[in-house]
Each structure stands twice: as structure tokens, then as C-alpha cells.
Design a protein around this ligand. Structure first.
Ligand SMILES: *[C@@H]1O[C@H](CO)[C@@H](O)[C@H](O)[C@H]1NC(C)=O
Ligand SMILES: *[C@@H]1O[C@H](CO)[C@@H](O)[C@H](O)[C@H]1NC(C)=O
Ligand SMILES: *[C@@H]1O[C@H](CO)[C@@H](O)[C@H](O)[C@H]1NC(C)=O
Ligand SMILES: *[C@@H]1O[C@H](CO)[C@@H](O)[C@H](O)[C@H]1NC(C)=O
Ligand SMILES: *[C@@H]1O[C@H](CO)[C@@H](O)[C@H](O)[C@H]1NC(C)=O
Ligand SMILES: *[C@@H]1O[C@H](CO)[C@@H](O)[C@H](O)[C@H]1NC(C)=O
Ligand SMILES: *[C@@H]1O[C@H](CO)[C@@H](O)[C@H](O)[C@H]1NC(C)=O
Length: 401
């Protein structure tokens, strides 16, 4: 696979590092294969007289369609469905969806074209008091405050069909302390028709097989001087077990400053869905090293569905579930930058189907590696030539004598 490079690398000493770099360099062009352009349609399906609506993203490829159905009926949730036809359609029965038993209110037809389906539900916003956290404490984020159930938020939605973006902004229906008087929690969804990378960190590489979610908490009053926030997320199991989170490590932080890791949640199936994010959040609109917060993810555990806020959207598609797989994401650490700086927090992830996009080395880092590995070689080569050239006239001079 790397044969093409051998002539150039022949003189590099056989240390493990160049080989690691070499395999990364060679993997780069291949990770771009399999990208596909999709025709993306975004539609807002409103439920007649009630103020609820669903956002339906339909991404049509050469022989497949991805459906994402986002809704804030209950807590914010997305149902993700991949089919093996360009003709699959979403069918919504609002009278069922809004009823106490919404099973069957949401369908993708024809049913036998479905290759993969799952869902994410953003169930609660968590807040921790990190003032008295000691090293190695049982709760590294601190003492939890009562969580905000996102099912008890009211949501406003806005969308821009030309840029394929949409946002749901919410605040608690009941807000006795006025914590959200000037604040909101927003879920911003962005769909893509091809591959690329946004201008703002963490600059996740995306393909047409994924859409991006940015979660932003802005302007809400924290309950303590040193509050850390988190999100509880629920998903469906794979039939056998909960999906697991895998960490990938990089030597390149060109696109996400000081972040050398990529976290992925994969539903083990074929094709499989993925959720992917850099373990970083930002505490300022100006995203950079100074405003970067670590993002921790817990393991996924079976949790009784009735102990979590119920999502009618997910129940409408999948029927009622006894267990869901829940996990938490926490943003920030007791020290360093935090939400307390500017009452701002944002975190981004990708959700998609197929092989998750993986960053290759950036051109800048490739250049640095080439220079770093090339310099000793050039010195050797240059030194050798110098000796040769210096030697030759001397021997000619000698031979004249
Ligand atoms: C779908 O299309 C791609 C490229 O056009 C092709 O490689 C693939 O085999 C097709 N898949 C099926 C199931 O037809
Ligand atoms: C929606 O579901 C209800 C209850 O099953 C059914 O009576 C009704 O005909 C359905 N509506 C449509 C448009 O399919
Ligand atoms: C789609 O998949 C189903 C089974 O999952 C299969 O019966 C059907 O033939 C496939 N359709 C196409 C167009 O590949
Ligand atoms: C939603 O819109 C209403 C009316 O436009 C406004 O009063 C309310 O503050 C908005 N809520 C949020 C969370 O933006
Ligand atoms: C909300 O903003 C107004 C005006 O800027 C300010 O007077 C008020 O104290 C703020 N409320 C909270 C809870 O921060
Ligand atoms: C927050 O900090 C202020 C000033 O530093 C202090 O007076 C107040 O008691 C602190 N509040 C809490 C809940 O720790
Ligand atoms: C899941 O279970 C593991 C081990 O039993 C535990 O360490 C972890 O905290 C649990 N996670 C959640 C979100 O409850």
C-alpha cells in the first residue's frame, strides 16, 4: 500500500516513529474514498393547529436515503433511519403522535428498505457544584444540583432551508428562580450535501452521510459560582448490548487546538450509525485554546426507560422500550476556563451512518514532518556531496602531478 513512498524513504533510519507517520500519511488519501454527494432536502412538518413541528432532513444518495427526524415534542430527540432506496418516505400521523400511546405515529416506508435505525434523546441538562472537588473524588464533577428535565422546556424553532440549518431554542416552562430569564439552551442542526469542514473549531470533518449538532447554553444563571454543566443522553441498544464509546488518538491538532482525541459512539451493526465528537467544549464565542474545556463521557448503561423523560418521537417510531442506554457528557473541569467566565458553553458532534469520517494529517503537519525527517537526510546527503566535491579536485590535482 505504501510502496510508492519507498524510494523517498529508503534512507530514513528504521525507527518505529517514521513508520507510524508513514502509515498515517499513506492512509490519508484512502480515508477520502467512499464520500458521496447527497441531494439534501429539509422540510418542516407542522402538526396542524398545535404549535409542534418536526424537522425532517432527507439526504438522497445514488442508491440510499438517510432520514433524520428532529423534534422537541418531549425532550429534544432525533430518529435516524438509513434505507437502501432513493424512494423511501417519512409518514407522520399527528393524531397518533400527540396521543398518550404514540406507537406507529412515525414510519419510514417501505419498511423493508430500512438498513439501520436508531435514535438519540437529550433527556436532561445537568449542573454540578465543582467548588469542593478533591482529587480522586467519587464525583469528579462535584455535587450535582437537581437536573433540568428537557421534557419540561418550551422550545422555539427556526430554520433556514437554503443553508440546511435549523435551531431549537428552549427554556424551562417553570422557572421560579429566573435562571433562564436571559438565557436559553439551543440545539442547532446542520445538514450537508458533501464533505467539508466548518470554519469554527472543533472543525469536525463531515461527509454527506452525517449532520452536525451544536448544543449551546448561553446566558443562563448558574446555581453556584463554579458550576459545571452536563448533558444526559439516551439511545437504543443494538439488540444485544449498549453501544460503546471508542477513543481515537492523533498526533495532529491543526483543526482542534490542543485536542488529540476523537470520541466515537458506534452501534455495532452493518451498516452502523455513528456519533462522533472531539472531547472539547468552548466557554467563549471566540473558540480557541484559551476557551477550550475538556468534555468527559461516561460509559453507556441500561437504564429503565420510565426513569428517563419520555420521548414521544422515539416511541412513535420504535414503540415503547423497557430499557434505554443512557450516558452523560460533562463539560469543563473545576479549574481552568469555565461556564462562569462568560455564561457561555458550546459543544458539537456529528451524527451519521456508515464509516465515520477520520481526519488525515493536515498539510501543515505533513510539511513539518517532511522537514523534520528530511533535514537529517539532507544534511547527510549534503555532507556526502560536499566530501565528494572537495575530494575530486584534490585527486585531479594529485593526478596532474
Ligand atoms: C450503491 O452505489 C454505489 C456507488 O454508486 C455502489 O458502489 C454500491 O454497490 C451500490 N450499492 C448497492 C447495494 O447497490
Ligand atoms: C392515524 O392513526 C389513527 C389511529 O390509528 C387512524 O384512525 C387514522 O386513520 C390515521 N390517520 C392517517 C392519516 O393515517
Ligand atoms: C433493500 O434491502 C432489502 C432487505 O433489507 C432487500 O430485500 C431489497 O432487495 C433491497 N433493495 C435494494 C434496492 O437493494
Ligand atoms: C420564543 O418565541 C417567543 C415569541 O416570539 C418569545 O417570547 C420567547 O422568548 C422565545 N423563547 C426563546 C427560548 O427564545
Ligand atoms: C436579565 O437582563 C436584565 C437586563 O439586562 C437584567 O436587569 C436582569 O438582572 C437579568 N436577569 C438575570 C436573572 O440575569
Ligand atoms: C460566590 O462568590 C461570591 C464572591 O466571591 C461570594 O460572596 C458568594 O458567597 C459565593 N456564592 C456561592 C454560592 O458560593
Ligand atoms: C455505568 O456503569 C459503570 C459500571 O457499572 C459505572 O462506573 C458508570 O458510572 C455508569 N454510568 C452511568 C451513566 O450511570
Amino acid at each position: 500500500m505504501c510502496r510508492c513512498w519507498e524510494p523517498y524513504w529508503g534512507w530514513v533510519p528504521c525507527a518505529p516513529t517514521p513508520w507510524l507517520l508513514l502509515s498515517l500519511v499513506c492512509a490519508a488519501p484512502f480515508s477520502l474514498l467512499g464520500e458521496e454527494i447527497r441531494q439534501v432536502y429539509m422540510e418542516v412538518i407542522s402538526g396542524g393547529p398545535n404549535p409542534q413541528n418536526l424537522l425532517h432532513i432527507r439526504a438522497v444518495g445514488t442508491n440510499s436515503t438517510l432520514h433524520y427526524v428532529w423534534g422537541t415534542l418531549g425532550p429534544p430527540a432525533v430518529v435516524l433511519v438509513a434505507t437502501n432506496t432513493t424512494q423511501s418516505v417519512l409518514s407522520v400521523n399527528w393524531s397518533l403522535l400527540l396521543s398518550p400511546d404514540p406507537d406507529g405515529g412515525l414510519m419510514v416506508l417501505p419498511k423493508d428498505s430500512i438498513q439501520f435505525s436508531s435514535a438519540l434523546v437529550f433527556t436532561r441538562l445537568l449542573e454540578f457544584d465543582s467548588t469542593k472537588v478533591s482529587k480522586g473524588a467519587a464525583q469528579p464533577s462535584g455535587k450535582p444540583y437537581p437536573p433540568y428535565s428537557l421534557a419540561e422546556f418550551s422550545w422555539n424553532s427556526s430554520w433556514d432551508l437554503t443553508t440546511l440549518s435549523s435551531a431549537f431554542r428552549g427554556h424551562p416552562v417553570d422557572d421560579p428562580t429566573g435562571a433562564f430569564a436571559n438565557g436559553s439552551l439551543a440545539f442547532k442542526v446542520q445538514a450537508f450535501s458533501g464533505s467539508g469542514r466548518p470554519a469554527q473549531p472543533p472543525r469536525l470533518l463531515h461527509s454527506a452521510d452525517a449532520c452536525q449538532l451544536e448544543v449551546a447554553l448561553v446566558g443562563a444563571s448558574p446555581r453556584g459560582n463554579h458550576s459545571l454543566f452536563g448533558l444526559e443522553v439516551a439511545t437504543l441498544d443494538t439488540g444485544l448490548s449498549c453501544p460503546s464509546v471508542k477513543e481515537l488518538h492523533f498526533i495532529d491538532d491543526e483543526y482542534a487546538p490542543a485536542v488529540f482525541q476523537l470520541d466515537q459512539l458506534l452501534w455495532d451493526s452493518s451498516p452502523s450509525g455513528f456519533m462522533q465528537w472531539r472531547p472539547v467544549a468552548f466557554s467563549q464565542k471566540q473558540r480557541g485554546r484559551e476557551s477550550a474545556l475538556p468534555c468527559q463521557v461516561s460509559s453507556l448503561n441500561y437504564t429503565l426507560a420510565h426513569s428517563l423523560p419520555r420521548s414521544p418521537v422515539v416511541q412513535a417510531f420504535f414503540g415503547s422500550q423497557k430499557n434505554l442506554c443512557a450516558f452523560t457528557l460533562t463539560f469543563g473541569a473545576p479549574t481552568g476556563p469555565g461556564y462562569w467566565d462568560e455564561h457561555y458553553l458550546s459543544w458539537s458532534m456529528l451524527l451519521g451512518v456508515g464509516v465515520p469520517p477520520v481526519d488525515s494529517l493536515s498539510p501543515l503537519v505533513l510539511g513539518i514532518i517532511a522537514v523534520a525527517l528530511g533535514t537529517p537526510g539532507l544534511l547527510l546527503l549534503g555532507g556526502g556531496l560536499f566530501l565528494l566535491l572537495r575530494h575530486k579536485p584534490y585527486s585531479e590535482y594529485q593526478s596532474i602531478n
